[in-house]
Design a protein around this ligand. Structure first.
Ligand code: UDP
Length: 405
């Protein structure tokens, strides 16, 4: 029985969602696998690492200029390596404790800032890095110490190579999403009924990542006031204050308000479009579900490239102001051409969908784990050396620092 350590971080919702999709895929392929999923930064007692998850939405929402500057300043391999060396004394205890309590055959990271410390405390264990940014991910993702770097797109692959990762260790799989997001033609009416949504009017799904960031309230109010012939579902995620404000409002039309929803697949498959910031998890789920996207904003740096990726493929539109969101929603819901235009974007989204990504990555993870398990400790370095030359063989929210495995 192999043992897998999955490390994620609750900065936003995408890293945990990717880890969860991988956990589920690992479980379904190899139920006997021993799985441990952990958010090391949440276990840390050292500032600022113990505050990352709470600070992230405040910074990207309220001080995006600061995030943009920090991203640009640090977005090189050399700078990343220096910062990680400087951070190590503050992280050492947390990661050593983690290593003392685990004997994995493979370590999987779904967050860029986890890779270097994991590499330090598990030097002989193969490390799989699952990159979740589609196009403009930070240099810290592309770690040369990874036995396998799973990237979502060819653009990310090129960036990884530019950062010095050997091409033989990079594989393009997609962002791991739950397979339940995959579109199943003809099931919309049933899903709408299950959700209590209208069977007559289209419902637009509005969200802002796991933390409910961005001008969701202004957009919801404007869409409602526009009197479009559609309903609205707003997912506030972990933004409890926003959910409360939205619930307290008197709406002109039908507006369904949700807090953090565990598993959004039913809504994605039932919605006529997804209106969202350019988060890679949400985008990948919308692709899998064949839902057209209205992108309302992007976290500077890591999400900037996602906008072009979506728009160039025809899977969505860019609407960076409230007025543009309303105008795009109108164009896709009203008039004789609306349904056809929406259908075209939905087809383009489906083309990009990779609902099998989690399964594909899980197969690779298990292959690495199995190799490490059968070759005792001394053999793992050998595995890493060979991994450099050849690709692996194919074989058949409340926050918490760990999740059920
Ligand atoms: N999400 C969720 N429930 C919610 C809101 C969001 O499960 O109520 C998930 C969503 O399905 C996606 C992730 O959170 O998988 C958001 O990831 P994304 O990369 O889009 O943005 P982030 O929150 O990481 O900035």
């Amino acid at each position: 029985m192999s043992s897998v350590l999955l490390a994620f971080s609750d900065t936003g919702g995408g890293h945990r969602a990717a880890a969860t999709a991988l956990r589920d895929a690992l479980r379904s392929i190899a139920p006997a696998t021993s799985l441990q999923a952990v958010d090391p930064y949440a276990l840390s007692h050292r500032w600022p690492f113990d505050r990352l998850a709470g600070a992230y939405p405040r910074v990207v929402n309220g001080a995006s200029w600061l995030w943009r500057g920090g991203f640009r300043l640090t977005d090189t391999v050399a700078c990343t390596a220096t910062l990680q060396t400087l951070a190590w004394p503050a992280l050492r205890r947390t990661f050593r404790d983690l290593a003392a309590g685990a004997q994995p055959d493979v370590v999987v990271s779904t967050h860029p800032l986890l890779t270097a410390p994991l590499r330090r405390v598990f030097p002989d264990v193969p490390l799989v890095v699952v990159v979740t940014d589609l196009a403009s991910g930070h240099a810290s993702w592309y770690h040369r110490g990874a036995a396998l770097l799973s990237v979502p797109t060819d653009i990310a692959r090129a960036r990884a190579i530019a950062c010095g990762v050997p091409a033989s260790r990079i594989e393009v799989h997609g962002v791991p999403v739950s397979p339940h997001f995959a579109a199943q033609p003809g099931d919309r009416a049933q899903l709408e009924e299950r959700l209590g949504w209208s069977r007559v009017r289209p419902t637009l799904l509005l969200m802002g990542g796991g933390d409910g960031v961005g001008p969701l309230e202004q957009i919801a109010v404007a869409l409602d006031a526009a009197g479009l012939s559609c309903d609205l579902a707003v997912v506030a995620g972990r933004n409890v204050a926003l959910a409360e404000r939205l619930r307290a409002r008197a709406w002109r039309g039908t507006v369904h308000v949700y807090g953090f929803v565990q598993g959004l697949e039913t809504m994605f498959r039932a919605a006529s479009m997804v209106i969202t910031k350019a988060g890679p998890g949400t985008i990948s789920e919308a692709f899998a579900a064949g839902a057209p996207l209205v992108l309302t904003g992007a976290i500077p740096g890591q999400e900037t490239g996602n906008v072009r990726f979506v728009v160039d493929a025809g899977a969505g539109v860019w609407a960076p102001s409230v007025a543009e969101v309303v105008s795009r929603a109108r164009a896709w819901t009203e008039g004789p051409l609306a349904e056809a235009a929406r259908g075209q974007a939905a087809a383009a989204a489906l083309q990009l969908g990779k609902p099998q990504a989690a399964r594909d990555i899980a197969v690779r993870v298990l292959a690495l784990a199995e190799r490490h398990r059968v070759l005792p400790t001394g053999g793992s370095a050998d595995v890493r050396r060979r991994g450099n030359r050849a690709a692996l063989p194919a074989v058949a929210p409340a926050r918490s620092s760990r999740f059920a495995t």
